[in-house]
Design a protein around this ligand. Sequence first.
Ligand code: ATP
Ligand code: MG
Length: 440
Amino acid sequence: MRLSQAFLPVLKESPTDAQIVSHKLMLRSGLVRQTAAGIYAWLPLGYRVLKKIEGIVREEQDRAGAIELLMPTLQSAELWRESGRYDAYGPEMLRIRDRHEREMLYGPTNEEMITVIFRDEARSYRDLPRTLYHIQWKFRDEVRPRFGVMRGREFLMKDAYSFDLDEAGARQSYYTQLLAYLRTFQRMGIRAVPMKAASGPIGGDLSHEFIVLAPTGESEVFYDAEYEGMDWTQSGLSYGDAVGLQALFDRIGQTYAATDETHEETRWAEVPGERQRQGRGIEVGHIFNFGTKYSEAMGFRVSGPDGAMVTPQMGSYGIGVSRLVGAIIEASHDEAGIVWPEAVAPWRVGLVTMRGDDAASVAAAGDLYDKLTSAGVETLYDDRDERGGAKLAGMDLMGLPWQLIIGPRGLAQGTAELKDRRTGEKQELSLESALARLTA
Ligand code: ATP
Ligand code: MG
């Protein structure tokens, strides 16, 4: 993308209506604009990041065997009366009437809808187990929407729902999502620690919140530094390996991590002092098993292997896709702006001419831009006739992982400067080696 033709509005001044750094940076760098309280438009830069995050979530769900579908945002009140939640849900639910006075709502979550969709098709134990998911906008009329997209009213969520014949199967489905979550967050370049959450019905241990450390987080968290060294993407563990998944779950159970709600002082005291990590955290995901709560209430039964009718066990698994944009910035920024982890960066390379009025620079940059884009390297080319310093500050603010800087002096020797946004390290390279580095 050429910046001269883009729609990338940036703010010169730090916005005064934002309290936390991620929200400030999202407004300044033009990722989002608020259109109503807790409701945001995703501008092109923010939308690119949102799609990257969504893509990683989708790939890891698919890899874990979950099946994607898409349910609507609007739901009928009838559906929620079936589960008994329509009256219980409270003022967070946005209730709407259509022209025929039918009661509708903007879905805050989809347990009811998925239960009915699956119930109406699944007949026997052969139709199980299944985990179905979608990535869809939700609406919750939060009392205090704040911190930008972190606690919005309309937000994008990945929600998956598992259906199993028995408790043992439900545990497998849970472990599978647990591993998928660890891999998902690691691929995004953030450390999200699974923390024991308020208990689920089976044995009480099937509920975890995934928390990213950040000083502005809403909950107090405690965890063992062991988590900092764990690598889930490389571990050869496969989703079909029941023994391996059990071992993973046991290891997590043994390695301390809790929010203030589940914190146990005696267990915490057993963690060696130098490994104790305490701080604040942002919830980016939540997985839990709820047994037969909805299947029972909504009359979902299948015939079991011995012919007797069985009520399926269910679990639900959420990821805050839009919240993650803010959470990643909270975890990865510096004085100059955002520092995107490569996997979620809106573009990989920011190409800058220091002198937009120098014909040789413009020709060389144009050529590099063509070569990078045809090699499939996502590149934002700042081809505007602006001061070089201002362009570099803009690139720092936007946080693209690499900056390739073309100036008349270097160009006379056939070189460009390659800057690593994270480390700030700069290297003088020939144009060919710079290209080779970025297309490798
Ligand atoms: P919280 O405790 O933060 O209110 P929750 O427990 O209500 O969240 P879940 O119902 O578990 O949330 O939803 C799954 C995920 O959706 C959460 O882990 C979070 O990342 C995200 N999420 C929930 N509410 C919001 C919101 N208002 N704005 C943005 N993301 C949200
Ligand atoms: Mg939760």
